[in-house]
Design a protein. Structure first.
Length: 136
């Protein structure tokens, strides 16, 4: 099958990605090849196309600051890849790390004033104290 991926195909591959990620996080063995074979039958896409789409999904997930599946080198991200991930994550918000959830929907405690940042003298090249703090 050639052409754009349908929403149903995208939803299936994203669900499959998170099934593998769940196994990976839990330390359970899984076979990427077996997942690919099952997807090939289910969505009528070739192995290479499925593998590349997993790389796209990995890139989006990595871009969210989340863990990602080793072995799928993160690849190109398009608006469509992002939207398919957002659609899936909207239905499964428990997958987002707390920091990413705050970005999407900040809690009242996240809106408190930040602590003041102290900035001191810059370090010297000689690894010695700055001139004004040396003892005379």
């Amino acid at each position: 099958m050639a052409g754009d991926w349908s929403d149903e195909q995208n939803d299936a591959i994203v669900a499959d990605y998170f099934a593998m990620l769940a196994d990976d996080i839990a330390g359970r063995p899984y076979s990427k090849a077996e997942h690919s074979r099952l997807l090939q039958e289910m969505i009528d896409r070739p192995r290479g196309s499925i593998e590349y789409k997993h790389q796209n999904i990995n890139a989006v997930h990595k871009g969210l600051g989340e863990g990602w599946i080793p072995g799928y080198k993160p690849a190109f991200i398009s608006k469509r890849h992002s939207s398919m991930m957002v659609r899936w994550l909207d239905l499964h918000p428990d997958w987002l790390a707390p920091a990413a959830q705050m970005v999407m929907e900040p809690s009242p405690s996240a809106l408190r004033d930040e602590a003041m940042l102290w900035i001191g003298s810059p370090p010297t090249h000689s690894n010695a104290p700055p001139p004004h703090s040396r003892a005379s």
